[in-house]
Design a protein around this ligand. Structure first.
Ligand code: MOS
Length: 734
């Protein structure tokens, strides 16, 4: 199905099942520990052996020699895979560094060997006996240092530079200006389930049970890496314990399991040990961001400039932190630039709303600072600079843009009017109390997505698509879509996901999954409805599917009857035909935060948070709310604690485990509220939906920073806002 004209009224608009706050259909499997995750699939293939990955102990250089003798002789060892004996390997499209290093080493903890043994303990023990001699080389590990040599970096969709009007002159001439630099640190996904895979060969065919967000990408990259054709690979990832962008691609676990299984002639399972993951896999790269804002005295932005520097391995990509600045606020003179420095740290890549999450961390503090300089309420300042068209390309309007409504609704619900505009004015015992806010913004792209639906003689509808559920609720919203389309209750729908034998979907990433994948299911259901009416001899044009019946004129026939002789199967995909080019599809919101800062110790406690989101039709308010709450929690982490500490001498992340890399826990976030504004977007898809998960993170950290400023009068521009950055400057409040 081609989607190239705005969606008309369709069966989804009934909203009997779609749009309802239903429980997750796979919830009982998750809560009883019976949803099978990759590493736990003991039953899928017999005789599984264990692989343990050895990571490089240097960040850059060469392996001079590797002595495997002791490891080979260790008990239980079946095979050892290294670059020397693995045969010729290609490189996938989605990884920058090789997933098996040697003799060249590209980053710290790059996999250099896999030991396969009868037991996990034997594999781990033998890996420790491998003696590697390295010839280290000098690398670049500190973003601040090579920043001046950073090069423009972008793509056709996200070019390095954008310029409108004459920024320099307008900024110089502006009545009120702000020129401030902000930094965001390297961060780790730190998802709960580690990267894990089981690989089994049957002749030249590979089965891979893994944990992965993008099935088709990953089949492609496995094929490229192993030098085999895609149709020889069966990749399965039905349950995923969090991805956060770290599982958009295959990593060393998958490739090494496949190589290990080939070498040992046995199925092999590999989980990346947690202390390896932080340097072996990908992370969100650090940024340095310079914001320049110029405005008239009444708060109209006349110049807006955003430069962002980040680093990555050679041939890597930038953190696209300026994207929202191209779209969020009006202003006649504009300049944004992405610059990329070569660093020899582990590979930087997508994490939890790449681009906008760190970009909003900087932009939305800058907006707060500028509002203060103008003597304007920060909400009023944003509303004054709202726009209904793409400020860089005014001929493009937003498909829907309710930023102002989000800001106003949030202000009312949060009690913004009771906030003291001047900092250091509110006190609650030992706590200095402050309130802050930020806009929320995240793009909402659409991606071709396919599905197959089956109807059997019992009236059960089965959906098959390679879409994944990374904890987001895909199973449930897909079931809701099929149930609504076919007029059956939710328990008559079976959803099968995450299998490369199924039609290729959008996958889970960039908050494009929910809208695109359900639209693909919609398209397949339209075809199945045609097959049903054809089979039943009903007029397709006026057929109603409801209550397990198909009605047309005076006739009403049980849906199941259409399949009583043979199962009916329909397959289709949604293909987006350019409405998303003519219009800007984006999601908007507002984040509000109240903090307490201990007057003596500068310890920060978040007291309450509110998010207001305008993100198209909300397919399931319960799972969407969970998405946003999770995202707000990630925003709190980014604001206050999450930071990979870089060893700039040896080139690795020092705090590479869950003790050293802190993420928020329940106790950190006492009260969170989410409001969804009514919105249907007929330009987004027949579902009229968008994504919402990543919107929930974009802006949160700045709202926390702005609240801390409101509480203490201390402006911290370097995340995370740990108490050492506050303590020296805390007000003397006795
Ligand atoms: Mo998302 S970071 O694109 O999985």
């Amino acid at each position: 199905m081609k989607f190239d004209t705005p969606a008309a009224t369709n069966p989804i608009d009934r909203l009997k099942i779609v749009g309802q706050p239903l429980d997750r259909i796979e919830g009982p499997l998750k809560t009883t520990g019976t949803a099978p995750y990759a590493y736990e699939r003991h039953d899928v293939v017999p005789n599984q052996a264990y692989g343990h990955v050895l990571g490089s102990a240097i960040a850059k250089g060469r392996i001079a020699s590797m002595d495997l003798a002791a490891a080979k002789a260790a008990p239980g060892v079946l095979a050892i895979v290294t670059a020397e004996n693995a045969g010729k390997l290609g490189k996938g499209e989605y990884n920058t560094a090789k997933l098996l290093g040697g003799p060249e080493i590209e980053h710290y903890h790059q996999a250099v060997a896999l030991v396969v043994a009868e037991t996990f303990e034997q594999a781990r023990h033998a890996a420790e006996l491998i003696k590697v001699q390295y010839a280290p080389a000098k690398g670049a590990y500190d973003l601040a240092a090579p920043r001046d040599k950073a090069k423009p970096a972008g793509t056709d969709d996200e070019p390095a530079d954008s310029a409108v009007g004459a920024f320099d002159g307008a900024f110089a001439a502006a009545a009120v200006t702000l020129d401030a630099t902000y930094t965001t640190p390297d961060q780790a996904h730190a998802m709960m389930e580690p990267h894990a895979s089981i690989a089994a060969w049957d002749g030249d065919k590979l089965s891979l049970w893994t944990s992965n967000q993008m099935i088709a990408w990953s089949v492609g990259d496995m094929a490229k890496t192993l030098g085999i054709s895609k149709d020889k690979i069966h990749l399965m990832s039905p349950y995923i314990g969090g991805g956060f962008g770290g599982k958009l691609w295959v990593r060393a676990d998958a490739v090494m399991a496949a190589l290990g299984a080939r070498a040992a002639k046995r199925p092999v399972k590999v989980a990346l040990q947690r202390p390896l993951m932080f340097n072996n896999t990908t992370h969100r790269p650090a940024t340095i961001q310079r914001l320049r804002l110029g405005a008239t005295k009444d708060g109209t932005i006349t110049a807006i400039g955003h430069d962002s520097w980040s680093g990555d391995l050679p041939d890597g990509k930038p953190e696209t932190a300026v994207m929202q600045t191209r779209l969020l606020y009006a202003g006649a003179n504009r300049l944004t630039r992405l610059r990329l420095a070569v660093l020899d740290l582990p590979e930087g890549n997508s994490m939890r709303a790449p681009g906008e999450a760190p970009g909003m961390m900087a932009l939305e503090i800058a907006m707060d600072e500028m509002a203060e300089k103008l003597g304007l309420d920060p909400i009023e300042f944003r509303i004054r600079n709202d726009t209904q068209v793409d400020p860089e390309k005014p001929e493009r309007s937003f498909s829907q843009r309710q930023l102002t409504e989000c800001l106003k609704t949030g202000a009312e619900r949060f009690g913004w009017s009771a906030r003291k505009a001047q900092p250091k004015q509110a006190r609650d015992g030992r706590w200095l109390v402050g309130r802050g806010m930020a806009a929320a913004y995240r793009g909402s792209p659409v991606i071709k997505s396919g599905a197959r639906v089956r109807l059997d003689a019992k009236g059960t509808v089965t959906v098959e698509t390679d879409m994944t559920d990374i904890g987001t609720g895909s199973y449930t919203i897909i079931a809701q879509t099929a149930a609504e389309m076919m007029g059956v209750p939710l328990d008559k729908v079976v959803v099968k996901l995450g299998d490369s034998a199924f039609p290729v979907s959008a996958g889970s990433g960039g908050q494009f999954g929910a809208n695109s994948a359900t639209a693909g299911v919609y398209a397949a259901c339209v075809k199945l409805r045609e097959a049903v009416t054809g089979k039943l001899g009903l007029n397709a044009a006026n057929a109603q599917f409801a209550d397990g019946q198909v009605r047309s004129g005076e006739r009403s026939i049980a849906l199941a009857d259409a399949a009583k002789d043979a199962e009916l199967v329909a397959e289709d995909s949604i293909e987006f035909g350019g409405l998303d080019k003519k219009h800007q599809l984006s999601t908007f919101g507002a984040h509000f935060v109240e903090v307490g800062v201990d007057a003596a110790t500068a310890e920060v406690r978040i007291r309450r948070m509110l998010a207001v989101c305008a993100a198209g039709r909300i397919l399931n308010p319960k799972s969407a709310r969970s998405q946003v709450i999770g995202a707000m929690t990630m925003g709190a982490g980014a604001a206050l604690i999450e930071e990979l500490a870089v060893d700039t001498r040896h080139g690795f992340f020092v705090n590479h485990d869950l003790v050293g890399y802190e993420v928020p826990v329940h106790a950190d976030i006492p009260h969170q509220e989410v409001i969804f504004l009514d919105e249907t977007d007929p330009l987004s898809s027949p579902m009229k939906a968008k994504g919402v998960g990543e919107l929930g993170i974009c802006g949160v950290a700045a709202a926390v920073a702005n609240a801390i400023y409101n509480a203490t009068g201390v402006r911290v521009r370097d995340y995370p806002i740990t108490l050492d950055k506050l303590l020296e400057k805390m007000p003397d409040v006795g």
